[in-house]
Design a protein around this ligand. Structure first.
Ligand code: ADP
Ligand code: MG
Length: 739
């Protein structure tokens, strides 16, 4: 390999054996030298660590660094074959390794090794059955290290194979120092006291001390933050350079008509934000604004007023919703508020008005054609839709404003796709009910300005929440159904939410419709967490509904709603529920976003632990919409002292969205938060913490803006430019996969 000149882009097959390289590519998505060097250890094994094994639970997958204390092989008593028993320890603790073969009879007392396996228990003591073993041999200086890196590994690529491969790269004389163009410009490094990339990589992969790791982390986090911030700064700059069209407020039009038709008066917050938007829409510089506001704070009206202003100024507005149910609901409520003004061109319509058109993927071809035509010829001033709006072939006569509802389901790329449908860049308003901590706003939404609706419209009952720990207090679940019956008897309605639809055995997409499915609530990487097959499958809508109809809710009208139903059917059932013809709606998370039935006052969330924090908060917002106090019951088998149980307790204890957003962030990987569509694994963020690195992110933002706006831009920083380009490509690829 010494005749290969290694660069960051060198593919691994040229450096490692083909078998290893292929397995790394297939199982860990590591293709180039850069990928491998940026595949950081998750932690470092140290001698003396086995005392911590007491904290482990059966089923955890771990790697331990230990010395062989005893080893014996004997024939098995009950069966044919040989049993090898090995005890390993590290001075602080010990555990048993068991092999039902003689393959590992070679393990010798005194040898050190890394042992990776799933923790089991036998006769009260911890043990590994058939662990992977890597004996550290004498010529291997790795064992002498105080800190042995433990990498995220896969089936065929163990932590030590990665360790050896990285070492090969770092030790090669031809390689890194020369090949490594540092993406962080020298003056930036100097200003912030950062070590070079080459140094940082050595310290991260082969540290002598934990201080080495810390210094390396600081530097490597800067890489991540700077690349992200440069991307955002470039986006802001590009947006600033391309003027849009001013859509100033005009009186006597649709907006005034909307205002006079509203059945309530605007809250102070709605009025203030409305003024802010009105002013920005009136400028040529395209508006790029994020509107945050708790569930029920009345964002839709704010958006409608902005859309009306744009229509009054001769433009069109598109409202992008994350689900079909929500898109249809928006279209319905906008049409209702506009009355005859929303039916221009129809018999009873007001010719001074406009038309509201719905465009979704599941519409019949003819309906879709009509909707597209109305968008293209401009007769529809307001087009409401789902992802279908983003498709090629959907055109607008003069798109002036894009409103994205419930932002967390859409990424930057989707916003850009819609933006591209205007002849000049349209104004953009993004709305979210998930409050966004400052650092997230600076990163994920770094190209947006922010407004917040802090106040709920007066007369809301609010919502109180409780955890129902069915594992410990099974009788409480009966109480929950009694509560549901009481509410229904008082004329109210209820939701029962389940994580799964059901009846999909053998169906590859595990039963989630396109719109639904809980977040991966705990971010633990798969190889250090118990196999999920130990858990029973999540409760399913169809099963739960059947159980309720046959049992505790047999006297009530129970209906189901989920993403696998045909759209007309979904619509019909939602409408029946809204009309009060259904008492209890058993549903998946299709009810999560925006669905508005003020008479619904109770929500029972089954297997609540399978949902993310923000998702639970969103869900319960459904029962805080009316004048009556809402109740949300979080049913879970998790013990109340477990981290999961405590997470649920925290959700129940607060309705402060910012507090919950923080909690959510803590339980999720940063990459999930930053990724293009929230699950993107390629955001390039591995070490950076949006919670803990606020100062670093702010500093990187300042440096990034200065770099991008300097005369030569990134021209003198090819490695940084390459990293930024790579991030953009990945985002785009991510988006294409999802579209
Ligand atoms: P969200 O911010 O969650 O999208 P919505 O816009 O759906 O909230 O509003 C929730 C409910 O509150 C709707 O039924 C809406 O008509 C009503 N609403 C909005 N603004 C006001 C207000 N100023 N006074 C009373 N009710 C309002
Ligand atoms: Mg809404």
């Amino acid at each position: 390999m010494s005749d290969v000149v290694i660069a960051m882009d060198t593919v691994l097959v040229r450096v490692l054996g083909p078998k290893t390289a292929t397995a790394m590519a297939d199982q860990l998505a590591l293709h180039t030298v850069r990928d491998l060097l940026r595949h950081y250890p998750r932690r470092y094994a140290r001698r003396g660590e086995m005392s911590k094994l007491d904290d482990l639970e059966v089923g955890d997958r771990v790697t331990v660094l230990a010395q062989v204390k005893s080893a014996s092989t004997r024939p098995m008593r009950q069966r044919r074959g040989t049993l090898t028993e090995v005890t390993v320890g590290d001075g602080a603790g010990s555990m048993r390794l068991v092999f039902f073969t003689s393959k590992h009879a070679h393990l010798k007392v005194g040898e050190w090794g890394l042992f990776a396996g799933t923790v089991g228990k036998w006769q009260g003591a911890l043990q590994f059955t058939h662990p992977d073993c890597h004996v550290i041999t004498g010529d291997d200086d790795d064992w002498a290290r105080a800190l042995v890196p433990i990498y995220p590994a896969s089936k065929d690529v163990s932590s030590w194979v990665i360790q050896r491969s990285v070492k090969l790269l770092l030790d090669d004389p031809h390689s890194l120092d020369a090949a490594l163009d540092d993406p962080i410009p020298e003056p930036v490094r100097r200003r912030h006291g950062l070590i070079t990339l080459a140094r940082a990589l050595v310290d991260k992969h082969r540290p002598e001390t934990l201080e080495d790791v810390e210094r390396a982390d600081e530097r490597l986090k800067w890489d991540e933050a700077l690349v992200l911030q440069v991307t955002l700064a470039a986006r802001r700059r590009a947006a600033a350079l391309e003027p849009g069209i001013a859509r100033p407020r005009r009186s006597g039009g649709l907006l005034d008509a909307v205002d006079s038709r509203l059945p309530f008066s605007l809250t102070e917050g709605q009025r203030e934000v409305g003024d802010e938007l009105a002013a920005e829409l009136g400028r040529e510089q395209p508006m790029n604004r994020l509107l945050q506001g708790e569930v029920g704070s009345g964002k839709t009206v704010v958006a409608l007023r902005a859309m009306a202003q744009v229509v009054d100024a001769g433009g069109q507005a598109a409202l992008l919703a994350p689900t079909e149910v929500l898109a249809a609901q928006h279209a319905r409520s906008l049409t209702a508020i506009l009355g005859p003004l929303g039916r221009a061109g129809e018999l009873d319509g007001d010719p001074a008005g406009t038309r509201v058109t719905l465009l979704t993927g599941s519409q019949k071809a003819a309906a879709r054609r009509t909707a597209r035509a109305a968008a293209a010829d401009g007769s529809a001033g307001i087009v409401v839709g789902t992802h279908a709006l983003l498709q090629e072939g959907v055109e607008f006569a003069d798109l002036g404003l894009v409103v994205v509802d419930e932002q967390h389901r859409f990424g930057v790329e989707q916003r850009d796709a819609l933006r591209a449908k205007g002849t000049r860049p349209p104004h953009v308003l993004v709305m979210t009910a998930t409050p966004i901590p400052r650092t997230v706003a600076m990163t994920v939404y770094g190209d947006l300005e922010t407004s917040t609706l802090r106040q709920l419209p007066a007369g809301r009952g609010g919502v109180s929440s409780s955890v129902v720990p069915v594992g410990e207090k099974p009788a409480w679940l009966d109480r929950a159904w009694v509560r549901v019956r009481e509410e229904v008897a008082a004329g109210r309605q209820a939701y029962v939410v389940c994580p799964r639809i059901g009846e999909e055995e053998g169906n590859a997409n595990d039963g989630r419709g396109p719109d639904e499915g809980p977040d991966d609530a705990d971010g633990a990487p798969p190889d250090e967490k118990g196999s999920s097959s130990d858990r029973r499958p999540p409760l399913a809508v169809l099963d739960v509904a059947e159980g309720l109809r046959a049992g505790p809710l047999s006297t009530l009208r129970v209906e189901v709603l989920h993403g696998r139903l045909p759209p007309e059917e979904k619509e019909a059932r939602m409408r029946a529920f809204a009309a009060g013809e259904v008492d209890v709606l058993v549903a998946t998370t299709v009810v999560e976003v925006g669905v508005d039935v003020p008479n619904a006052t109770v929500m029972v969330v089954m297997d609540a632990d399978r949902f993310g924090v923000s998702q639970l908060h969103q869900l319960r917002g459904r029962v805080a919409r009316g004048a009556h106090a809402g109740l949300c019951l979080l049913v879970s088998e998790a013990s109340s002292s477990s981290p999961t149980g405590q997470r649920l307790a925290a959700v129940a204890a607060t309705t402060d969205g910012f507090e919950l957003a923080r909690l959510d962030l803590e339980t999720r990987r940063e990459g999930d938060v930053l990724g293009a569509a929230q699950s993107g694994r390629r955001s390039g963020v591995r070490l950076l913490s949006l919670l803990d690195d606020e100062a670093l992110i702010s500093e990187a933002r300042v440096e990034a803006t200065a770099l991008v706006e300097s005369d030569r831009g990134l021209a003198d920083h090819p490695e940084l430019a390459a990293a930024v380009a790579a991030l953009a490509t990945d985002e785009r690829a991510d988006w294409l996969e999802k579209a």
